[in-house]
Design a binder for this molecule. Structure first.
Ligand code: HDD
Length: 709
């Protein structure tokens, strides 16, 4: 059979990812229990024994198979990003980006490209808590008609190191220490700060790690970044440099550190549960894809190197253009099969997008493919349903552990005539063709001089934060470095790193961690970044604060609460998209003062203010008198106050603030000072609306101000 010519037409439209997954789903309703070989089983509670009280027989194939399968259920967890949660959804571009790229998922606004997204923490094991201080992974697999494209990003726009060869060193330093595997999911220990103090290129990312970005309110309230500079390539071969952003529609919001630590104990699955619950309730998380587009050749125009992953490109210099929407609308059917087995590879790229020479990116192109071999037990992981592209896959790859496809051709090589030359080479116009780039240089193991400035952007970030954000960052440094046992490491962090970012910052941390402050006159090494001394886009103060969609509000009640008032406030809040949960003394019905009743969904014991965005105590003399006698209920109000959350207290409940230890004078009528909405009468007009406004503000940082000396 003579070899055939390459087809001129691209592949036909693929099935949806959901359709593709269907044949793999095991629907077990009305089925009978069988072994893996399909043999029906009528007894699975007793092993086969020689006599009722005798030994188990080797012949018991059902027992051995069941045990063998159980014994081998675990696979190695990811070396980093082990703890995560995933969801299905789609991506749709607003308008064709064909001017910049030929990638089909970015040029056809009528197409909803299926995606699977996995969010993660980095340092903790699979079973660690969600709200630890850490970077969050934001990895997206686009199942495009031209193959899978993986955008494997984080919720911070920069990285700790510049060259991938340092990744094992960095990860070893941040993970639990090797001798005792302590601490779990925490960077507050000697080895990480030892590394930081010796490797100044970590300075910028460490500032992000110490900021509120490292304790997001939820996966739905954080940004995502591709971090590296990539390249878009259009059909004519013209390239444009690009930085990818995900902007959450609900804004970027964080927890506070004390709260985050408490949530780790109260609900270690806080973020995972939030993602699951909001999707189940139809409140689909949404993000917009943003692009910063930079002409090729401008890599060095901004005073730093766009190939250096420890640098961000301030939005004030190159604005982020929003080009499409990501919607997460379906939870996985099975955590292991989908979220655990999904294999993101930075090397998964489609025609129209290309890499750059960023040395961190170059290392990642190797590492992800490599790591899956151990994690997923061999080279056939792309055949797992969650990883399988929706377009046809044809090549001469074969064999290996767990091979699924049954190749039917005798020709398993290229070129061949036995198989008619199939699979044929694709037309270069629709194929991935590495963009030609002239590269010249000495073989050299060294760092480019354009990567040398490690502090200017760290300072830019610090200066861009609002006052409360800056205070949180200082407190985080005091906490983390305060946990470092060796004084010389604490001293080096202050005098080799922090002082080069901001002198006052270094002095404050030095005082808090008991080391000598920097010498007088020692000034930071940093300079303005392309004339910018601050980038307002980096502050979470400038994120949307206009919605209470999916915000969780706890309502504390006991017998005798003001029922009509609760109904009115609930109507207002739910009308604006909030989730209102009644918390009572037990799960049994609670009687209102006006003859109604409420069935709480949580109790003071099973809930906690740290699991909510806001707390409301309706009026009602009897109810409030009971609540004041329950320390857990008083704690609810106290903690919500300390964590700067919106509080609504009406009628008798206004005295809850005193009970919680915060006596503040109250205005007549409606008082909304410091985000605490109080009304001397049971709910008055505007109370619910005012409360909603206070919730939308996210937090009321003025409450954090230290008391006057
Ligand atoms: Fe990585 C996983 C993100 C640098 C090597 N990385 C991993 C995941 C995310 C990132 C989100 C989890 C994917 C999932 O959910 O399965 N990594 C990043 C970002 C980086 C980065 C944004 C810097 C810009 N990573 C990086 C470097 C290397 C790796 C420099 C090695 C040279 N990363 C890995 C890995 C992992 C991984 C060891 C562990 C599990 C996996 O890949 O599949 O290969």
């Amino acid at each position: 059979m003579p070899p055939r010519k390459s087809p001129s037409k691209p592949n036909p439209p693929p099935p949806s990812k959901n359709e593709q997954l269907e044949p793999y789903r095991m629907h077990q309703e009305d089925t009978v229990l069988t072994t893996d070989q399909g043999i029906p089983i009528s007894e699975t509670d007793n092993s086969l024994k020689a006599g009722l009280r005798g030994p188990t027989l080797l012949e018991d194939f059902h027992f051995r198979e069941k045990m063998m399968r159980f014994d081998h259920e675990r696979i190695p967890e990811r070396a980093v990003h082990a703890r995560g949660a995933g969801a299905h959804g789609y991506f749709q571009v607003y308008e064709s980006l064909e001017r910049y790229t030929q990638a089909r998922f970015l040029t056809d606004p009528s197409v909803k490209t299926p995606v699977f997204v996995r969010f993660s923490t980095v340092g903790g094991s699979r079973g660690s808590a969600d709200t630890v201080r850490d970077v969050r992974g934001f990895a997206t697999k686009f199942y495009t008609p031209e193959g899978n494209y993986d955008l494997v990003g984080n919720n911070m726009p920069v990285f700790f190191i510049q060259d991938g060869i340092k990744f094992p060193d960095f990860v070893h330093s941040v993970k639990p220490e090797p001798h005792n595997e302590i601490p779990q999911a925490s960077s507050a220990h000697d080895s990480l700060w030892d590394f930081v103090s010796l490797v100044p290129e970590t300075a910028h990312m460490v500032m992000w790690l110490m900021s509120d970005r490292a304790i997001p309110r939820s996966f739905r309230h954080m940004e995502g970044f591709g971090v590296h500079t990539y390249r878009l390539v259009n059909a004519k071969g013209k390239a444009t440099l690009v930085k990818f952003h995900w902007k959450p529609v609900l804004g970027t919001h964080s927890l506070v550190w004390d709260e985050a630590q408490k949530v780790s104990g109260k609900d270690p699955d806080f973020h995972r549960r939030d993602l699951w619950d909001t999707i189940e309730s139809g409140n689909f998380p949404e993000y917009e894809l943003g692009l910063q587009l930079i002409p090729e050749g401008d890599e060095l125009k901004y005073g730093f190197d766009l190939l250096d992953a420890t640098k961000l490109l301030p939005e004030e210099l190159v604005p982020v253009q929003k080009v499409g929407k990501l919607v997460l609308d379906r939870n996985p059917d099975n955590f292991f099969a989908e979220t655990e087995q999904v294999a993101f590879c930075v090397s998964n790229i489609v025609p129209g997008i290309d890499f750059t020479n960023d040395p961190l990116l170059q290392a990642r192109i190797f590492s992800y493919l490599d790591t899956q071999l151990t994690r997923l037990g061999g080279p056939n992981f792309a055949e797992l349903p969650i990883n399988k592209p929706v377009c046809p896959v044809n090549n001469h790859q074969q064999d290996g552990f767990g091979r699924q496809s049954i190749n039917t051709s005798r020709a398993n090589y290229h070129p061949n005539s036995l198989g008619g030359g199939c699979p044929m080479l694709a037309n270069p116009k629709s194929a991935f063709v590495h963009r030609q780039e002239r590269v010249e240089g000495h073989k050299i193991r060294a760092r480019s001089g354009s990567f040398a400035d490690h502090f200017s952007q760290a300072t830019l970030f610090y200066n861009s934060l609002s006052k409360p954000e800056r205070e949180h960052l200082v407190a985080a440094l005091e906490f983390e470095i305060g946990k470092v046992e060796r004084e010389e490491i604490r001293e080096r962090v202050v005098n080799k790193v922090l002082v080069n970012i901001d002198r006052d910052l270094a002095v404050r941390v030095a005082n808090a961690v008991g080391v000598a402050p920097p010498k007088l006159g020692k000034q930071p090494e940093s300079k303005p970044v392309s004339k910018l001394t601050a980038s307002p886009a980096l502050s979470q103060l400038n994120t949307p604060h206009d919605s209470i969609m999916t915000r969780k509000v706890a309502v504390l009640v006991a017998d005798g609460f003001a029922g009509r008032e609760l109904s009115q406030v609930r109507k207002t809040l739910e009308g604006l998209g909030a989730i209102v949960e009644v918390v009572g003394p037990t799960l049994g019905p609670v009687a209102s003062a006006d003859g109604g009743e409420e069935k709480p969904v949580k109790t003071y014991l099973t809930a906690s203010s740290v699991l909510y965005d806001a707390v409301y105590v309706p009026g009602g003399e009897r109810s409030v008198a009971t609540l004041k006698k329950v320390p857990l209920a008083v704690d609810f109000v106290r903690e919500a106050y300390v964590h700067c959350k919106a509080l609504a207290l009406s009628g008798a409940a206004t005295s809850m603030l005193d009970a919680a230890g915060f006596s503040t004078p109250m205005a007549k009528g409606l008082d909304d000072s410091l985000g605490v909405i109080r009304s001397a009468k049971n709910e008055t007009r505007g109370f619910g609306q005012m409360f909603a406004k206070a919730i939308a503000a996210h937090r009321h940082w003025a409450r954090e101000a230290p008391p006057p000396a």
